[in-house]
Design a protein around this ligand. Structure first.
Ligand SMILES: Cc1cc2nc3c(=O)[nH]c(=O)nc-3n(C[C@H](O)[C@H](O)[C@H](O)COP(=O)(O)OP(=O)(O)OC[C@H]3O[C@@H](n4cnc5c(N)ncnc54)[C@H](O)[C@@H]3O)c2cc1C
Length: 412
């Protein structure tokens, strides 16, 4: 459906969800006004490439996706280094810490999340303790890694893993502390977790389970060592923490926009307030694939959300339906997470197995079912068969018997 001429669109957050939305709005309506606002100093860059930048595998230029000129050509007004502090849904205006207010006909909120900081004795006021979310975090991490011999990483998340590999590839000895018995507790199981430990240990990482980082002991303003929950000491001149994200909707506190973990939207990505949409990591969206709301922190999901939000902000009525996929290198192997892969979801059952891999390593595969329907999968090792499995998830293929489920391990 064609958009109204001269419509005003405001997009908060210039990540992949927000920038894609701006680009699609411009395509569908040459006459509209688009404001894209971010507190960061950069146009869109690829967060998924930050781990490879940290490792030294690619230069900073390869992380950037857009430049400022592109926004000028697209007539998208990009406002950087500016926080949105308030939204007035009754007056349809967005308030900025500097300038504004900006009036809107339709608003997209795609502000993602900010990393949870390390809050233990000795952390406050000590330098070289980093989260890993932004390009600036990555530049700081690289500078610190180049001056360090020992690092401690903390957490059982993807980000903790990426930090561990990044320091390791920079030649820094890494001790990786994880409270739980294995990595990615919400997706894997003990067997898959053990395989990850084997891969990291093989590359020289000291993997420690059942211990949390309890205290930082600094010397000269930077870490000297850390003390774990069992009282053990590990040397570290730099610390990387992957303790999860807090989704950024505090600035909506005095609005009637429904929020839970994220900003709650329907399958059209619209909130309970007409004309206000949310997308990407922040959106707690109604997923027609599984019949309930959830958030999803993946690049492909944020990109696809950006497109659907644009179509609907411009007057369309397109539901979101996709099989989200997350792929990432793991030292010299890979992990792929497809669809809904939640070990802690009581509505799902799963089967998993570790098998000999093609190139002498090991392949781990886990499949998730809702009732008899295949809804998700995890592959560690060879990605062969990934596309077929995504298609089986997309089409709602059913696996009623153990023999049927067993057959999935042979999909290549
Ligand atoms: C290190 C790292 C590695 C990753 N690797 C992978 C991977 O391998 N595969 C994968 O699928 N996904 C990966 N992800 C996740 C993926 O990058 C995210 O899911 C995706 O970038 C989310 O995009 P988004 O547009 O929703 O939000 P974001 O990219 O988070 O963008 C939101 C923007 O809004 C800004 N903002 C927040 N609040 C305000 C405010 N009040 N006013 C103005 N601006 C504001 C933020 O600063 C940010 O710039 C990785 C993430 C990280 C950090």
């Amino acid at each position: 459906m064609a958009a109204e001429v001269g419509k005003k669109y405001v997009i908060i957050g210039n990540g992949i969800a927000g920038t894609t939305c701006a680009q699609e709005l411009r395509k569908s309506d040459p006459a509209c006004d688009i404001w894209l606002i971010t507190n960061e100093p950069y146009p869109l860059y690829n967060r998924v490439s930050l781990p490879r930048f940290l490792q030294g595998a690619i230069p900073e230029e390869r992380v950037m996706i857009r430049n400022f000129e592109w926004h000028v050509q697209q007539r998208i007004t990009l406002i950087t280094e500016t926080l949105v502090t308030r939204v007035d849904t009754a007056g349809r205006a967005v308030y900025l810490e500097k300038g504004g207010p900006l009036p809107y006909d339709a608003l997209l909120i795609a502000t993602g999340g900010w990393a949870n900081p390390l809050r233990v004795p000795g952390a406050a006021g000590t330098n070289r303790i980093y989260n890993f979310v932004t390009l600036d975090d990555t530049k700081d991490l690289i500078a610190a890694a180049l001056e360090s011999k020992h690092a401690v990483t903390s957490g059982g998340s993807f980000i903790a893993y990426e930090l561990t590999e990044g320091f390791n590839k920079r030649g820094v000895h890494v001790t990786w502390l994880m409270r739980g018995p294995y990595w990615l507790r919400t997706i894997l199981d003990e067997e898959g977790g053990r395989l990850i430990d084997e891969i990291a240990t093989h590359h020289g990482v000291e993997v420690v389970h059942g211990e949390e980082l309890r205290e930082v002991v600094p010397a000269g303003g930077i870490p000297h060592h850390v003390i774990s929950s069992t009282g053990k000491e590990y040397p570290a001149e730099v610390i990387g923490v992957g303790l999860g994200l807090t989704l950024n909707h505090a600035f909506l506190a005095d609005t009637p926009i429904e929020r839970k973990t994220g900003v709650v939207v329907n399958q059209y990505l619209e909130t309970n307030i007409p004309g206000v949409y949310s997308a990407g990591d922040l959106a707690e969206f109604y997923d027609t694939m599984i019949g309930h709301h959830h958030t999803m922190g993946t690049w492909d999901n944020a990109l696809a959300h950006g497109k659907i939000a644009a179509a609907n902000m411009a007057g369309g009525h397109e539901p979101y339906f996709d099989v989200p996929t997350y792929t990432s290198p793991l030292f010299d192997t890979n992990i792929a997470v497809m669809g809904i892969a939640e070990s802690n979801n009581p509505d799902l059952t799963s089967v998993s197995r570790t098998m000999p891999g093609d190139k002498g390593g090991k392949d781990y595969r886990k499949f998730f079912f809702m009732g008899n329907r295949l809804v998700g999968a995890v592959f560690i090792g060879s990605p062969k068969g990934r596309k077929k499995v995504v298609e089986l998830i997309r089409t709602g293929a059913e696996y009623a018997t153990p023999a049927d489920r067993d057959g999935l391990f042979a999909v290549r």
